[in-house]
Design a protein around this ligand. Sequence first.
Ligand code: KIV
Ligand code: ZN
Length: 387
Amino acid sequence: MEKERIYIFDTTLRDGEQAPGYSMNLDEKIRMAMQLESLGVDILEAGFSIASPGDFASVQAISRAVKNVTVAALARALPKDIDAAWESIKEARRPRVHTFLATSDIHLEYKLKMSRQQALEKAEKMVAYARNLCPEVEFSCEDASRTDLDYLCRVVERAIAAGASVINLPDTVGYATPDDTFKMVSTVMHKVPNIDKAIIAVHCHNDLGLGIANTLAGLKAGARQAECTLCGIGERSGNASLEELAMIMRTRNDEYPYVNAIKTEEIYRSARLLSSITGVKISPSKAIVGSNAFAHESGIHQHGMMANSLTYEIMTPESVGVLTTSLVLGKHSGQHAFEKRLEDLGYALSSEEVTRLFGEFKNLADRKKTITDKDLIALVESTNVPS
Ligand code: KIV
Ligand code: ZN
């Protein structure tokens, strides 16, 4: 049986960057975008172009820099937003305007002050407007998980008829359970007559810690695009985490028999780069990329690991790119090898920082024969580089 393809939509540079403490400048965003391209994401949401001239410039620069990935720009369902989004991505090889409008009664009444009928017409009109500019349009029904299901189906049908080829059903406030998500996606899949003309996406926030579980439930119900971020960063408690999703699909392919284009060996490097650029440390116990994810401290576990690593490891460190290197660093190593290693670990450091750290590395190497990646990470992070 041929496995179904899941498209990975990364929104680290948009939803992720909206989280406090994660803002990045233009150069940092380009660097991150290039790494996400190496990681193998299918769609990279580069930003919210109308938000500021800086956002516009970085979306445009990313559109020019990356080659093998679709570049999406977010826009409210307003002509001025859609114009800005399109202007910023039009030089991308594969541009996508991503426009959204809330569909839940609570958002319609208190935020948009619109009736259901008005929102339906607006969604249709703005998708058609975007489609007139851009060959690929994604439409998101913001707060889909709290939207009346019959109404949601009507909006989806009209958005597809107006030209959207991707329909996103976000759990904007992280309220849904996996059962809710399964029901929402399957209802849309079965009740919307023209659904075969579009791909359904899920975009699950993590307010109740269910972002990944909901994403998996959405995929089981037929969604084929998963929206996520590196390390799960995003508004409030964040979004479903890309590395967790990719490793679930790899480790539990029996249960989730899909294929995707993520090169999982690039995961660790990508997460480290994000941490290095933003200065936000990765929690040691973070699944997949935390420093303890592959550490075994207790005697019983260590004993089992020595006999056969399958006793306590469900995936190998190598499979996520935690480096097990043959390149040994020690007191005889030169600055070049040291710098290369830091780069491989995903650190984005200036040459002054590397030089300063190299002095400290030499002191450490005098005390310790061989220096492991863990030592290097501790060295960089204990000296607060970058701040
Ligand atoms: O969470 C959400 O609803 C969003 C939309 C803008 C897609 O981020
Ligand atoms: Zn979101």
